[in-house]
Design a protein around this ligand. Structure first.
Ligand code: SF4
Length: 317
C-alpha cells in the first residue's frame, strides 16, 4: 500500500477490469468542467474550463516514481480522482513520465470528454493505453440537466473532438453512459446516444447507474430490467457496470474510484472485516469504504455486527 501521506496518488486498489491500479489525482478537489447530479465526489466547487497545472507536475511525477520504485505489485496507473484530469495542462507529460519509469504498466485516463474539442487535449492523451470517456447525453438540454457543464462549454465541439479522438487514438477507447432516470433514459435521448456511438471506433460501452448517494437526492437507481433493455438497445458493445445493488457483485469499476462494491463484497465474503481493515488493505479512505459497506448493508447483501474491535461486515452464504 502507498503511504497515507501521498498527496497525488492513491491506492493501489483492485479493479476487476483493470487489475491492480494506482490512482493519480491531477486536480484539487473539487475542480471539474461539470457538476454532475450523480457525482460521488460532491458538488463541484471550482467549475472551470481553465487548463493549468492545478498540482505541480514535478511533484506528481516524483510521487508516482517513489511508488513505482517499490515492489508494490501494479498493473495499471489510472488518472481519475475528484475532478476532471484533462484540466491539468501537463497531463501528457505525466503520462510520458510513467511510461518512461515503467514501460510495463498500462496508463488509463478516465475523462468526461468535455475538453476533447481541443486538439491539444486530444494530443496529450495519445500516449495513454486506454481512455474511458463519459457521454451521458447528446442533447444540450439533457447534458445541462445531468452534467451541468460550465456555461461556456461547447458540447457539440466536445462531441466532435471525441469522434476525432476515437478515429486516431492507437489504444482502447471505452465509453461510459450514466443513466439518470427521467432524463437520458427516454427513447429519444437513447437513440441520439446510440446514433452518436455507432460509428465510433470504440472497444465497449459501459452503462452505469446510481450505486451510492450522488450530489442530488432526487437521482435514483435504474431497475435491472430497464438497464438490460438499454444495454440491448445500445448494441453488442454495451455492458452494464452500474448494476442495481441487489446484483452488485457483478459490477466493474466506477467513475472516479477504483474501489467497487464487488471488490468490497469479495473481501467480506472471505472473512468479516471492519471498514478500517478494508481501508488499510486497499488504501481507500475509511469514509469511502464505509459508504460502500453502508450500501451493501442497505441492500441486504451484507450484514454487520458490533464487536470489541469495531463494527464487522460479513455475508452469509
Ligand atoms: S462525475 Fe466526474 S465529470 Fe461529473 S462532476 Fe463528478 S468528477 Fe466531474
Amino acid at each position: 500500500m502507498t503511504s497515507p501521506l501521498k498527496k497525488y496518488v492513491f491506492g493501489p486498489v483492485r479493479s476487476r477490469r483493470l487489475g491492480r491500479s494506482l490512482g493519480v489525482d491531477l486536480v484539487t478537489a473539487k475542480t471539474c468542467t461539470f457538476d454532475c447530479v450523480y457525482c460521488e465526489a460532491g458538488r463541484t466547487t471550482d467549475l472551470t474550463l481553465d487548463r493549468r497545472a492545478y498540482v505541480p507536475t514535478e511533484a506528481v511525477i516524483a510521487e508516482i516514481a517513489s511508488v513505482l520504485s517499490t515492489d508494490i505489485p501494479l498493473d495499471v496507473v489510472t488518472f481519475s480522482g475528484a475532478g476532471e484530469p484533462t484540466l491539468h495542462a501537463e497531463i501528457g507529460d505525466v503520462i510520458s513520465a510513467i511510461h518512461a519509469l515503467r514501460p510495463d504498466l498500462r496508463v488509463v485516463v478516465l475523462t468526461n470528454g468535455s475538453l476533447m474539442g481541443s486538439a491539444q487535449v486530444r494530443r496529450s492523451l495519445m500516449n495513454a493505453d486506454q481512455v474511458k470517456i463519459s457521454v451521458d447525453a447528446i442533447g444540450p438540454d439533457a447534458v445541462a440537466r445531468i452534467n451541468r457543464p460550465h456555461p461556456d462549454l461547447d458540447w457539440e465541439q466536445a462531441l466532435e473532438g471525441i469522434r476525432l479522438f476515437c478515429g486516431t487514438f492507437g489504444g482502447d477507447v471505452s465509453m461510459e453512459v450514466f443513466i439518470v432516470p427521467g432524463i437520458n433514459d427516454t427513447q429519444d435521448e437513447l437513440k441520439k446516444i446510440a446514433d452518436y456511438l455507432k460509428p465510433l471506433q470504440i472497444a465497449e460501452v459501459q452503462i452505469n447507474t446510481l450505486d451510492r448517494p450522488g450530489v442530488e437526492s432526487w437521482v435514483h437507481q435504474l431497475d435491472a430490467r430497464r438497464l438490460e433493455e438499454i444495454r440491448a438497445f445500445l448494441g453488442d458493445l454495451a455492458g452494464i457496470i452500474g448494476a442495481p445493488v441487489n446484483t452488485v457483485a457483478s459490477r466493474g469499476p466506477v467513475c472516479l474510484s477504483g474501489l467497487t462494491s464487488a471488490d468490497v463484497l469479495e473481501m467480506i465474503r472471505r472473512r468479516p472485516c471492519t471498514a478500517e481493515d478494508i481501508s488499510k488493505t486497499t488504501g481507500v479512505s475509511e469514509g469511502r469504504v464505509k459508504q460502500v459497506l453502508g450500501a451493501l448493508v442497505a441492500a441486504s447483501v451484507a450484514q454487520c455486527e458490533k464487536q470489541v474491535r469495531g463494527t464487522f461486515y460479513f455475508t452469509r452464504c
